[in-house]
Design a protein around this ligand. Structure first.
Ligand code: ZN
Length: 471
């Protein structure tokens, strides 16, 4: 059966049919982080969603090219660079590194390509030149280059493909220079912003004088460079629908690089907002969490990933610490079952039992219905536990069940509670203890065991060697 999801462009649930005639490849672009600060848990909801889409497409057999840009120049970044006095690259580099660490903590696969805006100034300039040549963009008296909505619409194209817009208020030539603005301030938007003193050292030469790109043109230039002028899936948080994604469409289709009759993007997928403790996340309400804040409260990346993956992407999601604690209990049930299967399977290998993956896939095919997919997983845990209790599993059956779980986990990316989850220094201690035991220095081995215990970890000696478990 085919995968169906909600396309914001057509406002309907549609079956996924890739553009490539082979039907086997999928190009996926997700708007990446603006590296002006540490990303918060709401941002990560989108990135975990993108990771799910990418992994599920791979599960379905598509060769996916997953692109996520790094926005390393825009209004907010320039403001922070000015305030901090730190050079642009140094400033953004720090937050880019933090972001990639967080992505890994959350078990997200690295996108295949992560282009930085500042490394694509040439492509951005070419795209703007093309828009000017086609009469859709113009340089204004302030030196900046703007996109003319009137000219674009006059060329027979539609502005307002993802959202309904009220053009009665539109006064031709009225301009907005900020990267972010509301629907009410519908106006020509900036493609290239002429250098102003507040930009400091952040500027590049261009045919229109020194300046820097607007935020929206960055994504058009980078996505089309890597995935081609028209590609399969563009994904992002719903807050990006207007103006960012609408402007991306206008710029990309305005440049007219797509084959006749083709859109810039075939499917637009948007993840809904995340609330925390029932309210919009805000620093003043004390419910603003970065991933690091949550790790500091003792939660693991795995628990947070699981929790983020339990809500349907189109539902406003209420993230609470209570539910995060409940996630720990659910994962413990799963871990216990997997550990028992592993013990029984031993070194036996067996092909995956297909029915588990079939049920799981039937659930996700329906607009990525994660709730139904998790139900399949926990029904499987219940049934497996029953068979294990009744001693009705052979080691080959246990191995087949584990292989089936691994297929599911290639999508959910939850993994197993194992050594890998312990911090590096803890794993290091375990290795030292193993070395002490080998050297028959049991006193030292016991001392390390105690030290691990103080740090919240216990050692389980299994036939396959020592394993770490949280106390
Ligand atoms: Zn973007």
């Amino acid at each position: 059966m085919g995968l169906r999801f909600f396309n914001t462009l057509t406002r309907s649930v549609q079956e996924f049919a890739p553009l490539n005639p082979s039907g086997k490849t999928a190009g996926l672009y997700c708007c990446g982080p603006t590296v002006h600060d540490v990303a918060h848990i709401g941002n990560f909801r989108t990135f975990v969603f993108a990771d799910l889409v990418r992994r599920y497409l791979q599960f379905k057999g598509y060769a996916v090219t997953h692109v996520m840009n790094i926005t390393d120049v825009e209004d907010k970044i320039i403001k922070r660079v000015r305030e901090s006095g730190i050079p642009l690259r140094e400033y953004t580099g720090k937050y880019e590194t933090a972001f990639l660490e967080d992505l890994q903590t959350l078990g997200c696969l690295r996108p295949h390509q992560m282009p930085r805006a500042t490394e694509h100034i040439g492509e951005i300039i070419s795209l703007i030149e093309r828009l000017i040549a086609r009469g859709i963009a113009y340089q204004a008296t302030d030196g900046s280059v703007y996109f003319s909505i009137e000219k674009y619409r006059g060329s027979g194209r539609q502005y307002g493909q993802l959202v309904k817009l009220n053009f009665d208020e539109l006064r031709p030539g009225e301009r907005v220079s900020n990267d972010e603005y509301a629907k009410e301030s519908l106006a020509d938007f900036a493609l290239w912003k002429a250098r102003v003193p507040e930009d400091g050292a952040v500027y590049w030469p261009s045919p229109w004088g020194e300046g820097r790109p607007g935020w929206h043109i960055e994504c058009s230039a980078m996505s089309m460079k890597i995935l081609g002028p028209n590609f399969d899936i563009h994904l992002g948080g719903e807050d990006l629908i207007f103006p960012h994604h609408e402007d991306e469409i206008a710029q990309s289709e305005g440049a007219g690089l797509q084959p006749q009759g083709e859109r810039f993007v075939k499917y637009w997928l948007h993840g809904a907002h995340l609330m925390v403790e029932g309210k919009k996340m805000s620093k003043s309400l004390g419910n603003f969490f970065t991933l690091r804040d949550l790790l500091g409260k003792g939660f693991t990346g795995r628990e947070i990933r699981y929790r983020l993956l339990t809500a349907h992407y189109r539902e406003t999601f209420n993230f609470t610490l209570e539910e995060l604690t409940a996630a720990r209990t659910s994962l413990a049930r799963l871990d216990e079952c997997l550990a028992k299967l592993r013990e029984l399977a031993g070194n036996t290998n067996a092909p995956a039992d297909p029915s588990f993956a079939d049920h799981f896939s039937a659930a996700l095919d329906e607009d990525l219905n994660v709730s139904a997919a998790w139900r399949v997983v926990f029904d499987w845990v219940r049934d497996t536990n029953r068979l294990l209790t009744d001693n009705q599993f052979s080691s080959a059956q246990a191995a087949a069940a584990l292989a089936a779980w691994q297929r599911i986990d290639a999508v959910f990316g939850i993994g197993e509670k194992a050594d890998a989850e312990a911090p590096r220094e803890i794993v290091g201690l375990l290795e030292q203890r193993e070395a002490a035991r080998k050297a028959k220095d049991f006193k030292r081995a016991d001392a390390i065991r105690e030290e691990l215990k103080l740090n919240g970890w216990v050692i389980e000696d299994t036939p396959k060697g020592a394993r770490l478990k949280r106390r």
